[in-house]
Ligand binder design. Sequence first.
Ligand code: NAG
Ligand code: NAG
Ligand code: NAG
Ligand code: NAG
Ligand code: NAG
Ligand code: NAG
Ligand code: NAG
Ligand code: NAG
Length: 393
Amino acid sequence: MPYFSKASMRSIFPPTDIPWFFFPKTLLVLATALSATAKKVFIDNDEANTPTILIPLFAGWEILGVSGSFGSSSYVDSVGSHATILENYSLDSCVPLYGGASKPFLRTNETFHVWEQLYGTLVWEGAWSPYYTDSYTWKDFSYNETLPGAIAMIEAVKAYKDSDPVTIFAAGTMTTVAQAISIYPNLVKEAAGLYIMGGYIDVQYAHAAGSSFQDDLVSDINIIQDPEAAQMVLTADWKKIIIGGNVTNAETPSQDLYDEMIERAGGLEEIQESPYLVGVNETVLSGNYTLNSVSTENILPFWDSVVSAFMVSPEIITHKTSVALAVDTSFNSPFYGTVRIWSHDRAPTAYKTGNVTIVDSIDQDKFYDILVDAYFQNYTNYCTGGNLTELDY
Ligand SMILES: *[C@@H]1O[C@H](CO)[C@@H](O)[C@H](O)[C@H]1NC(C)=O
Ligand SMILES: *[C@@H]1O[C@H](CO)[C@@H](O)[C@H](O)[C@H]1NC(C)=O
Ligand SMILES: *[C@@H]1O[C@H](CO)[C@@H](O)[C@H](O)[C@H]1NC(C)=O
Ligand SMILES: *[C@@H]1O[C@H](CO)[C@@H](O)[C@H](O)[C@H]1NC(C)=O
Ligand SMILES: *[C@@H]1O[C@H](CO)[C@@H](O)[C@H](O)[C@H]1NC(C)=O
Ligand SMILES: *[C@@H]1O[C@H](CO)[C@@H](O)[C@H](O)[C@H]1NC(C)=O
Ligand SMILES: *[C@@H]1O[C@H](CO)[C@@H](O)[C@H](O)[C@H]1NC(C)=O
Ligand SMILES: *[C@@H]1O[C@H](CO)[C@@H](O)[C@H](O)[C@H]1NC(C)=O
């Protein structure tokens, strides 16, 4: 996810003036924990994002594992922020947490900054920002140290390949997924498919003419930080690759969203005081969009959450396009780490391109319904086999 900030940690990113007016009660069936027939997902991310954990569970999916990897956060912060969320929602006893990739394959902090001097500065530099400071130490939390995230991903995919193939959700760099494919190439055939956050196209004008915020919103940091891994993952023969790039930028916080959350919680004070609503609190903040938007960091799009939502509820996708895709992996290129797309019949043939589906638009109201409904559940009994219950304020 691209961020606009020198601050290091955030767990939910909000922005907008997109009007949406009501939230009908949930259309989704509430989850029964660990149902044998539940759809399965393995999640890799470069910083914990609360809805990406809650939305699949709310939709009745089982999370077989989560790995925290280097990217927008340092490695320790990525694993640590996931540990915090799993603990806070009492999910740590049944959602295993692993350490994913601690660094990209080839790109380093040094080459990243040299490239910026050659080809222009990125607004958001993630854990390679000179201003980045760790928020966690390894002593602050626990996770499963027995298996590297890539191996856990492989084991999860193998275990269900015949009964219920596992979906891979990757919203940071592609490094951990690339490691898994390198170790076990059959992964791409045995998994149900790959969903990623990232892959911006046709964005030069926004980079040049937009504000630094607009520039940041269309920067492909997830791919830029590890172009080689992204090329390997996105050109592999998955059953499907679904990409949420530009479409995710349109889903942002708004006064209407705040009002809905505040009403549902029974008041702003309830949100500010309830430890259970920390994720909502981080979205709503002052409860006033004008005040919050003084800092763009408070109104960032719901990037990863959008991809989670259309992963579990594909019916919210209103338009998508199938294209051939490759990542520029030439260091001496202004496009190093960005994606190129072609129509299938005119794609390059001298090297491998991927067959990917780009989501172009979604039903915004339905996305916000999923987001809010997922937040307003009580997950306390999930790991002990109980149902989720709607929070009642
Ligand atoms: C990355 O490089 C920048 C610029 O040289 C430097 O300020 C920063 O400390 C480096 N970060 C890490 C984690 O090495
Ligand atoms: C770590 O995960 C592996 C694979 O799921 C499991 O066998 C092992 O018991 C776990 N270890 C801990 C300490 O939970
Ligand atoms: C691309 O993948 C889709 C399935 O996601 C498939 O229907 C289509 O035939 C593929 N196209 C090419 C050119 O391989
Ligand atoms: C990106 O999304 C915006 C709406 O957020 C839309 O106006 C624009 O056409 C989209 N651009 C591309 C290249 O899809
Ligand atoms: C986790 O819970 C603690 C204690 O209630 C709270 O201080 C913290 O803000 C929560 N963090 C997240 C990311 O939910
Ligand atoms: C909710 O956010 C406000 C800042 O908007 C903060 O002062 C308060 O401590 C937060 N509440 C919790 C429970 O974390
Ligand atoms: C939000 O804050 C602004 C600036 O203080 C104020 O003008 C506006 O009335 C507030 N809006 C709401 C809905 O309270
Ligand atoms: C969530 O459910 C647990 C177990 O039933 C209960 O003790 C707790 O009070 C509930 N939390 C909230 C915020 O409703």
